[in-house]
Design a protein around this ligand. Structure first.
Ligand code: NAD
Length: 248
């Protein structure tokens, strides 16, 4: 069991087909007590119940600092500690540069980048006090390739921002034994991109992926579990690519 008796909080973890829920399920299998945080309409309590009675759901909006602080307080009161935070909540918008409105920009950067900052701020004092913790931030291959198959340039910017934020936090909190790492998924079949890939583009997309398939949520979840676990105890500030070889 890689995460026995750990408390793991996963943002955006309620979607049954998403990376967050796959990560929650795999962490639960590895012995963690799971807290699924998501918007009310995503029903985080229902998602947690699907994992088992010891797991809990918390309604919060990661773009709202007070909401993040309340969620962290609730977890600490209920579970007594927070060992793992997975900053997974994110939204995408397929847009061309000239079509991105101020509202589009705010929406995308607020969830991925501001949300990662606010949730990290909310849990870091507890992790410092515990003298240990692991934060895994979900960025994207879009941050590295510049533009993605599905997200607009503002999505790439948000996810690139996550890489910089995570490395800076990793430098700041290493001395407290808090490790902060990123995963950069490639194209993974989830609700975020459902219906967005026209069938006639699929052959061209697969030609860019040496492993010759679209990823699944569990392909990413395994890498998140690794970075959250003691197997990765000497890794901080790392970016782990999970993209089937797209960047080779
Ligand atoms: P998803 O849509 O299934 O999951 C996103 C979750 O975030 C949802 O449950 C949603 O309710 C939640 N969320 C949105 N706004 C929120 C907010 N303000 N507060 C709290 N929760 C909020 O999509 P997914 O593909 O599982 O995406 C998970 C993460 O992986 C995202 O950050 C996404 O950008 C990233 N990612 C996905 C892919 C892919 O191909 N699927 C590739 C690279 C990166």
């Amino acid at each position: 069991m890689l995460l026995k008796d750990k408390v793991a909080l996963i943002t955006g973890g309620a979607g049954p087909n998403g990376l967050g829920f796959a990560t929650a399920r795999m962490m639960a299998e590895q012995g963690a007590r799971i807290v699924i945080l998501d918007l009310a309409q995503a029903d985080p309590a229902g998602a947690a119940a699907r994992l088992g009675p010891q797991h809990i759901g918390v309604v919060a909006d990661v773009t709202d600092k007070a909401s993040c602080e309340l969620a962290a307080r609730t977890v600490l009161e209920t579970c007594g500690r927070i060992d793992v935070l997975v900053n997974n909540a994110g939204i995408t918008q397929p847009r061309k540069t000239v079509d991105i409105t101020g509202a589009d920009y705010d929406a995308v950067l607020d969830v991925s980048l501001r949300g990662t900052l606010y949730m990290s701020q909310a849990v870091l004092p507890a992790m410092r006090a515990q003298k240990g913790g692991a934060i895994v931030c979900i960025s994207s291959v879009s941050a590295q390739r510049g533009g993605g198959i599905l997200g607009g340039p503002h999505y790439s910017a948000a996810k690139a921002g996550v890489l910089g934020l995570a490395r800076a936090m990793a430098r700041e909190y290493g001395n407290d034994n808090v490790r902060i790492n990123c995963v950069t998924p490639g194209l993974i079949a989830t609700d975020i991109n459902k219906g967005l890939i026209p069938a006639d583009r699929m052959v061209g997309i697969l030609e860019q992926i040496p492993l010759n398939r679209i990823g699944g949520p569990d392909d990413v979840a395994g890498c998140v579990v690794f970075l959250a676990s003691d197997l990765a105890r000497y890794c901080t500030g790392v970016t782990l690519d999970v993209n089937g070889g797209m960047l080779i």
